[in-house]
Every structure is written in structure tokens, then in C-alpha cells.
Design a protein around this ligand. Structure first.
Ligand code: HEM
Length: 291
């Protein structure tokens, strides 16, 4: 048994581990309480009666996605703050983490793909009109990435905190808006109508912004940090589309062309979302590079 230094004693271990004493709670932190396992592991409440075996998969799949959404939002909010304070290097670190979490979210569809059409049909009716379409975190995330949609806010009136959060996200500059404002502050010729505008409007492509990115992409050594942010944003856009695509294909293999539980046209609706671009000028600038 090793002797602990004073510093180690202060930083109480999360896990008592093998041989950890049952009374580790007296040191302030215990694995199960720290992680609120009682709450977390009792939050799966199937609605089927008798319980359908596959409903547990369905619930956990959504809950895990919501937890990753929470982390992605946490990081995107941090990146927005960094950009506001001209701290580009820190924003790059944060955005890089987002891209890795997104890959987890996309890989997760493989688990749901093990749900067969017949098994899902056996309990789908019990879900009523519930749908990921009503995910507050997903909507806040879309707004923070610039895909604003004022008409979707009233859907959250039943829950004041979600409603306020979403409204705040609607009316605040997105990650991309803050990046353009940063570029303007450091002297790039970002059009004024992209530096101040009605933030609640969905971002619209502007040729003047393509000009700015052309300068950055043609002189990466001169604008290395800004160039890195651009590339991380492109990663985030592509990863987001990959998630959308895998969602759409998984839905297609489970329910075919049935309408969605939220009342949309289902797969047809999900396919349309594949055309959404958060950072359109970052795609367009590529057309201009080279001879
Ligand atoms: C059997 C599993 C699933 C099916 C059949 C399904 C189906 C659908 C459909 C048809 C829609 C369109 C809205 C509607 O009419 O309902 C939708 C939207 C959505 N779903 Fe799923 N889904 C499934 C699993 C998931 C999971 C695990 C998540 C993770 C959180 C999720 C997140 C979302 C989100 C965020 C939207 C809104 C997309 C947007 O507005 O662009 N779905 N889903």
C-alpha cells in the first residue's frame, strides 16, 4: 500500500476502486453518488405493458444521444465565448473535441440499426406523437450553429426553461456569426451586414464572406489560427451531415416510408435536411482555390 501525499488526499478519488473502503463517502466523493447513478439508472421508464424487450434499447439510444448533445452544446458555448474574447487557439481545442463527440454520435446509429421493423412496430404506437423532432437540446444546437427557425420555438412553451434557452439561442449570434465578427475585428473585410444583423434570422450566404475566406485559404501561413477554425467548422458541418444521413438511413430501414410520429413525411423530411448548410461560404470558397 502506498502512502498518499497531502495533495492526493485532498483530491478525493472518484472511485473507491478494488479494495476501496465502503466509507469513502466520508472523503466527500463516491463513484455512485458523484455520477448520480441512482438517478441516471432509474431514468429508463418503458411505457409498454408488459415491457417490450427492445424498448430499453430505444430509450437508452435516445438518452445517450442527449448526453452527447449536452457535451457538444457545452463545448460550442465555450467556443463562442473564446471567439468573443479573440482566443482562437482555445476555440480550436474546444471545436476539435466537438468533432470527436460527433463521431461517437454517428457511430451510435449502428446500435439502433439492430432494431427490426417488426419489433419497433410492436411498440411504436405507444410512443404517441413523441419524436426527436421535439428535442430541445438538438434545436438549441441547430440554432447555435446558425440554422435558426423562429417557428419551432413555440413548441417548447410547455417547459419554460427550454423555451427561454431556445429563445436566447435564437436571438444571439451563432458560432459562425461570432467567428465572422472576430474576423472583422482583426481587420478582414467582412461585410457589415454580417457583423450586425437580426440574429434570429437564419444565416444567408454572402459573396463578400467568400472573398474573406479566399484570402485566408490562399494565405494559410499568414492567418494560421483563423484557417484552423475554418477547417474545424468544415469538420463540424460534415460530421453533422453524416449524423443526419445515418439517422435518415436508420429510420428508413426501420420504418420505411411511414410518416413520422411528430407528423412529418418521415424519411422524405429527413432527406430535405441533408441540404442544410451551416457555413455555406466555407464550402463555396473551395471552388475558387487554385489556378
Ligand atoms: C426507431 C428510431 C427512430 C425513428 C423511427 C426516428 C424517426 C424520426 C422521424 C420520422 C423524424 C422526423 C420528425 C417526425 O415526424 O417524427 C425524426 C426526427 C428527429 N429525430 Fe429521430 N428517429 C429515431 C431515433 C432517433 C434517435 C435515437 C435520436 C437521437 C436523439 C433521434 C433524433 C431526432 C431528431 C433530433 C430529429 C429532428 C431532426 C430535424 O429536425 O432535422 N431520432 N426522427
Amino acid at each position: 500500500m502506498t502512502t498518499k501525499t497531502g495533495e492526493e488526499k485532498q483530491a478525493a478519488p472518484i472511485s473507491a476502486g478494488r479494495g476501496g473502503d465502503a466509507d469513502s463517502s466520508s472523503r466527500g466523493v463516491r463513484y455512485d453518488t458523484y455520477l448520480q447513478l441512482d438517478t441516471l439508472l432509474s431514468a429508463q421508464k418503458p411505457v409498454t405493458e408488459p415491457e417490450h424487450h427492445d424498448e430499453m434499447l430505444f430509450i437508452i439510444q435516445h438518452q445517450v444521444a442527449e448526453l452527447w448533445f449536452k457535451l457538444v452544446l457545452h463545448e460550442i458555448e465555450a467556443a463562442i465565448e473564446c471567439l468573443k474574447q479573440d482566443e482562437l487557439a482555445r476555440s480550436i481545442k474546444t471545436l476539435s473535441r466537438v468533432t470527436v463527440v460527433q463521431r461517437q454520435l454517428t457511430a451510435q446509429w449502428d446500435v439502433l440499426a439492430t432494431l427490426t421493423p417488426k419489433a419497433y412496430a410492436e411498440f411504436r404506437d405507444r410512443l404517441g406523437t413523441a419524436s426527436g423532432f421535439q428535442s430541445p437540446q438538438y434545436r438549441v444546437l441547430e440554432f447555435k450553429l446558425g440554422n435558426k427557425a423562429r417557428d419551432l420555438v413555440p413548441m417548447f412553451r410547455h417547459h419554460l426553461e427550454y423555451y427561454r434557452q431556445l429563445k436566447r439561442a435564437l436571438e444571439s449570434p451563432s458560432l459562425y456569426d461570432e467567428f465572422l465578427r472576430y474576423l472583422y475585428r482583426v481587420g478582414h473585410r467582412v461585410p457589415l451586414e454580417r457583423v450586425e444583423r437580426d440574429w434570429s434570422e437564419r444565416y444567408e450566404h454572402h459573396p463578400g464572406v467568400v472573398d474573406v475566406f479566399q484570402v485566408i485559404y490562399e494565405h494559410p501561413d499568414e492567418y494560421w489560427a483563423a484557417y484552423e477554425v475554418c477547417e474545424r467548422l468544415v469538420d463540424i458541418e460534415i460530421n453533422f451531415q453524416a449524423w443526419r444521413f445515418h439517422h435518415m438511413k436508420t429510420v428508413e430501414r426501420i420504418i420505411g416510408f411511414k410518416a413520422g410520429t411528430a407528423g412529418t413525411a418521415g424519411v422524405k423530411f429527413l432527406k430535405k435536411a441533408l441540404d442544410v448548410s451551416f457555413f455555406p461560404e466555407l464550402t463555396e470558397v473551395r471552388t475558387r482555390i487554385g489556378p
